[in-house]
Design a protein around this ligand. Structure first.
Ligand SMILES: Cc1ncc(C[n+]2csc(CCOP(=O)(O)OP(=O)(O)O)c2C)c(N)n1
Ligand SMILES: [Mg+2]
Length: 597
């Protein structure tokens, strides 16, 4: 048998043995041994192919997803890994590419996986060493290309068929998976195996190697499954009697991936919970809507003396300002990862575990503190609604915050939302009020507007249930190729809701949005595109509907999510800066009144 073909089969067997269930493949010639092996293994799983692993070898979960574009393939894997983590599974996701520029196209997804701590296994096929540096076709420096962002790079030489080669490959794969899962480091992330293959690359009629565990390593350690692996594993109520509160006015800030611990700490201590939508903690009575506007108020934000931070907060200037305010004590709880989130460099203490005392409520600030935040939250939510209603009475397109409100309202417990960067996640952060939150996921690692459609597809395929994505138009266009699901591929149940305001409107809310710069900014920041989203969807064979009013919006969001579809909601960009200023003013005045009562 060709050594390359045999090695690829052994690698696939090892991946399955080590818990890989999803592999994403982009086509190419050098990766042919792996492509054939994966296709056979995937077919065997569904009972369509031969018994590939020999008697007794099963392929319990190996599902192959094939995509043309490696950038989309990488983000599809990010989505699959996010889905696995949300479901509480410790599971690396593999991506296979051919050699050359294909490898570089993985880079954005790898950067996101690095920052988000997602276990991706990048299997890039390469020319054998004798062809490197010779000008051979499609041959470049792949080893180390992704280096600063991966936990481990290994340059695996072309198989020759020497004795012990299978064993060595199983060993290498064990190390790679342990590094990706962070088994010994509590620092999960991407791992790069650059796999040289020498011709012949195509299998004949040979049987697969006998299954073997020779060389596989059981690596001990507590695999890090994400910060408290949100959603699936809710912390049970620590019904422990509370000790007297210490009276320090504290808020819990729950950034991306904080997990249910943030909810329980807030609940046990009677502290306001300032939770981002992707925190996995934004629910219940302590979660304060529109909190970022309340942080601006001296009588609320100005009174905070201590902040307990879980997850990575990135959405609002107000939270960042609070975290660096002199006199505010910052306690960071970060169970995994090399780094801990502390962009303000203000944390005096960083803990790797939630101290039991924090779950027993012995530090609470007293009930008045929470009651004031709650009253303010209710008043703020009312003011936001009123401002939006008034804006709509004027006619014209829907304000984006109305769409966010509708998405939040349709996001019931048990539902899944993938939210895009820029305004969609911030609008959701402003308006969402959930008794029981849906699962909300987003690429907040680096907050890119790239790869979001593919990520959502991966989440839907990985969870095997309907998912709604909510993105801006530039975010959609950046990864419109993510809509491409070939006729031989499993189609996700995914509704992509696009807030189409004809460009990037976040800049209007930043310094760049100063009216002085309006004319220049329109071209170089807002980047109007004039693209016809419906026509693009037709091109990809994806159902599309365009929505311009409230009634149609509710009909679209209430429809069952079956297959892949796009709902384009026309929203207003022109009024965004003013509307947000009006909203803030309305909130502040409503809260003043509410607190004075
Ligand atoms: C890959 C990448 N390129 C550029 C940016 C900078 N960026 C942040 S938001 C944004 C505009 C997003 O526009 P859209 O998706 O339409 O959302 P909107 O701001 O209109 O709500 C851009 C270009 C980014 N975050 N990621
Ligand atoms: Mg936009």
């Amino acid at each position: 048998m060709s050594p390359s073909v045999r090695a690829a089969r052994v690698l696939v067997q090892a991946l399955v043995d080590l818990g890989v269930r999803h592999v994403v493949l982009a086509p190419g010639s050098r990766s042919a041994p792996l492509a054939y092996a994966l296709a056979q293994a995937a077919a065997a799983r569904t009972g369509e192919g031969p018994e590939v692993g020999g008697p007794g070898w099963s392929v319990p979960g190996l599902e192959l997803h094939v995509r043309i574009d490696e950038r989309a393939a990488g983000f599809l894997a990010v989505g699959l890994a996010r889905a696995a983590r949300a479901a509480g599974r410790v599971e690396p996701v593999a991506v296979v590419t051919t050699s050359g520029t294909a490898v570089a196209n993985l880079h954005p997804a790898v950067l996101e996986a690095d920052r988000a701590g997602l276990p991706l296994l990048l299997l890039t096929a390469d020319r054998p060493h004798e062809l490197r540096g010779t000008g051979a076709n499609q041959t470049t420096h792949q080893v180390g290309l992704l280096a600063p962002a991966v936990r481990l790079t290994l340059d695996v030489p072309a198989p020759t068929g020497r004795p012990g080669e299978d064993r060595d490959l199983r060993h290498v794969t064990s190390r790679a998976i342990a590094a990706a899962l962070g088994t010994r480091t509590a620092d999960p992330g991407p791992v790069h195996l650059d796999l040289a293959y020498r011709e012949p690359l195509v299998p004949g009629e040979e049987a697969w190697p006998e299954p073997s565990r020779d060389g596989l390593v059981e690596v001990d350690g507590a695999p890090a499954a994400g910060v408290a692996s949100s959603w699936a594993a809710r912390v049970s109520d620590p019904a422990v009697p509370a000790a007297p509160p210490d009276g320090v006015r504290t808020v819990v800030v729950a950034g991306d991936g904080a997990g249910p611990a943030a909810f329980w700490i807030a609940a046990a201590n009677g502290w306001p919970l300032l939770a981002e939508p992707t925190s996995g903690a934004r629910e219940g009575r302590n979660a304060i809507p529109a909190y970022r506007l309340l942080l601006d108020l001296p009588e609320l934000g100005g009174q905070v003396q201590r902040v307990v931070v879980l997850g990575r907060p990135t959405l609002s200037r107000q939270v960042q300002t609070l975290l660096v305010r002199p006199g505010v004590e910052v306690l960071v709880i970060a169970p995994e990862g090399r780094d801990w989130p502390d962009a303000g460099r203000s944390a005096a203490r960083v803990l790797s575990h939630v101290p039991p005392g924090l779950l027993r409520g012995n530090l609470g600030a007293g009930s008045d503190w929470l009651a004031r935040w709650r009253a303010a939250g209710v008043a703020a939510a009312g003011a936001v609604t009123m401002t939006l209603r008034a804006a709509m009475d004027d006619g014209g397109p829907l304000p984006a915050a109305v769409l966010a409100t509708a998405v939040a309202a349709h996001g019931l417990a048990g539902e899944v939302i993938v939210v895009g960067a820029s305004n969609p996640v911030r609008d959701l952060d402003l308006v969402a009020a959930w008794d029981e939150a849906p699962l909300v996921l987003g690429n907040r690692g680096l907050a890119g507007i790239d790869g979001t459609v593919s990520t959502a597809v991966g989440v839907a395929l990985g969870l095997g249930r309907p998912v709604r994505a909510y993105l801006g138009d530039l975010t959609f266009l950046h990864d419109v190729g993510g809509l491409l699901t070939g006729p031989l591929e499993r189609v996700p149940d995914l509704q992509v809701v696009v807030a189409n305001d004809g460009g990037g409107s976040i800049f209007a809310t930043l310094e760049q949005g100063d009216p002085r710069w309006a004319e220049v900014a329109e071209r170089v920041f807002a980047t109007p595109h004039g693209a016809d989203l419906g026509a693009l969807c037709v091109g990809y064979g994806v159902a599309h509907r365009r929505v311009e009013d409230m009634a149609a919006l509710h009909v679209a969001l209430a429809a069952p999510i079956v297959g892949l579809s796009v709902v384009e909601v026309v929203v207003d960009r022109a009024d965004r800066r003013d509307l947000h200023q009006r909203m803030a003013a309305a909130v502040w005045s409503a809260v003043d009144t509410a607190l004075a009562e």
